[in-house]
Design a protein around this ligand. Sequence first.
Ligand SMILES: [Zn+2]
Length: 215
Amino acid sequence: MAKLYFRYGAMNSGKSTALLQAAFNYEERGHRVLLAKPSLDTKGDAAIVSRLGVTRDADFLLGPDDDAVRVFAEHRRRVVQETGEDVSCLLVDEAQFLHGEQVDDLLRIALLEGIPVLAYGIRTDFQTVAFPGSRRLLEVAHSLEELKTICRCGRKAIFNGRRFGDTFVFDGDQVAIDGTTVTYESLCGVCYLQESGGRLSSTPTVRPTSEGSHA
Ligand SMILES: [Zn+2]
């Protein structure tokens, strides 16, 4: 049975590098793969960009309204027509930007079409809240694998701090693509809390005071 894999990590944990390496490994053994990414990510248009310098275009983009099963089937047919060989694997970059329904489609591709799907993405946003695609992947993927990176203090980074210039910000839209004004820094929990002044979610926390416990 083919499986849906979710390989997640903080920013700069080498997700695109790992994806391109996985594609290379398949192709080195003579297999065909398809690479996809959500069109919401405009960082490199169709390009899947590794920070190590390797870049490759996605075979197709998934728009917000696209049925991933249908779009995958179209491109699978094209590969079979062009090469006479079937696709061995679907690799999806920036999977955090998929809708939940599109993640369900990825699961259907694995289960019903028998094609393994490897999805790579960021687990949580700059407010430590799961992206919709990542939340659904955490719920339904057969296999979860964390790609690790290191905070400036040397601990494992698990969160993504958003910065305007030198200043960390903790309010704003969930999606602000890395660019000239907005940058991200992967942080461990301790450093995140230091920068956020103790905040961990988008909702201001009012701690319920349980009866009988007085500070
Ligand atoms: Zn740290």
